[in-house]
Design a protein around this ligand. Structure first.
Ligand code: PLP
Length: 365
């Protein structure tokens, strides 16, 4: 049975039993149901919102026209049919994957996928098959071994090294093996694609599901899963990390909306980042330091050994630079690295300072 037929069948069974869940918007009624027990949500409210806190889960009192309209707008921005907001990127990945994949299915995932994807796979109890980072041959090998519905999980830009996934090739593999693609666009959001819509919007076949976090380039908090209306309805009914938690507060929805509005005029910032990336890449070439290849805002210097990478991070701190180490289990032992994230507010002389400090502070220097 196809995945969509399975989702549809479960929804229909639930509807028949009279237990189908729908988001509703309640207005102008005496509140005898929210969790705003002391009324604080009303006191903290922003000028143009009815409340501060959302006062309940989306299926109870936490839904609003604002949240639903925002979901539609964001889904349209990313060229998707529908979207569902989650309280964080972590819970979005966890909820999405654990809800759509069954124990009889197979999830093939890049070994460097974020912990939230990997935890979602674990929770689903599906057969979990990791493939070597960005290795399409290994991915195809894994696809040949699969059983049940087949999912592929990748990031469009990997947080652990800044590399871009070969999405067109992965989409072709999905077609060949009948796999459903799930793409985490956390680090592409706001930076890549038209107006920062990410790397998936231009694909020939849209992925089954995509995730955009609001906590990175958008400077807010929360995340959205975009895909079909059927997927949205399914998640509303079966996704426990969506169902059993209080919805995001109103100021947060405003921050998200504001972030998306600003993306439309953020070409100058994206251009600054592109220039900084080019400048950084040239500095890497001149320095000969073992940075991993990257054309994105994330650049990693491989420096095996927890102690080495912690010491250099500390040393950079004494030079006025905040550069954090990635250590196990975020990356494998022996793959420890320093991660440099470039921002539109960074300056070329800050990059110069970093390379001068690295020359001084590197263990071999
Ligand atoms: C690739 C990726 N996905 C998901 C997340 C989780 O997002 P959030 O911080 O919104 O929970 C992160 C955050 O580090 C991430 O890097």
């Amino acid at each position: 049975m196809s995945l969509n037929a399975f989702l549809q069948e479960r929804l229909e069974a639930r509807a028949k039993s009279g237990h189908c869940r729908h988001l509703t918007i309640v207005q102008d009624l005496v509140d005898l149901s929210s969790n705003d027990f002391l009324g604080f949500s009303r006191c903290h409210r922003a000028v143009d919102t009815p409340l501060y806190g959302s006062t309940g889960s989306r299926l109870l009192t936490g839904n609003s026209r604002h949240a639903e309209e925002l979901e539609q707008k964001i889904a349209a921005f990313h060229k998707a049919e529908a979207g569902l907001i989650f309280n964080s990127g972590y819970t979005a990945n966890l909820g999405l994957i654990s809800t759509v994949a069954k124990p009889s299915d197979t999830v093939v995932f890049d070994i460097h996928c974020h912990a939230s994807m990997q935890d979602g796979i674990r929770l689903s109890k599906a057969w979990a098959l990791p493939f070597r980072h960005q290795d399409l041959d290994h991915l195809e090998n894994r696809l040949r071994q699969s059983k049940g519905n087949l999912f592929i999980c990748v990031e469009s830009i990997y947080s652990c090294d800044g590399s871009k996934a070969p999405l067109n090739e992965i989409v072709s593999l999905c077609k060949r093996y009948g796999a459903q693609l799930i793409v985490d666009e956390a680090h592409a959001t706001g930076l890549f694609g038209l107006d920062g819509q990410g790397l998936c919007a231009q694909l020939e076949h849209p992925p089954f599901a995509r995730l955009y976090t609001f906590s990175k380039a958008l400077g807010a908090f929360g995340a959205i899963v975009v895909g079909s209306s059927l997927l949205r309805k399914y998640l509303i009914n079966f996704c426990r990390p969506f169902i059993y938690t209080t919805a995001l507060p109103y100021p947060n929805l405003h921050a998200i909306e504001n972030g998306y509005r600003r993306l439309l005029t953020a070409d100058p910032e994206r251009e600054i980042i592109r220039e900084l990336v080019a400048y950084f890449t040239e500095k890497v070439r001149l320095s000969g330091l073992p940075f991993l290849p990257s054309e994105t805002q994330i650049h990693c210097l491989l420096l095996p050994g927890v102690r080495n990478v912690q010491e250099i991070s500390h040393f950079l701190g004494t030079q006025g630079l905040d550069v954090r180490p990635l250590t196990s289990p975020t990356v494998a032992r022996g793959q420890e690295r320093l991660r440099v994230c470039l921002h539109a507010y960074n300056k070329k002389d800050e990059i110069d300072l970093l390379f001068t400090a690295l020359e001084k502070g590197m263990p071999h220097a």
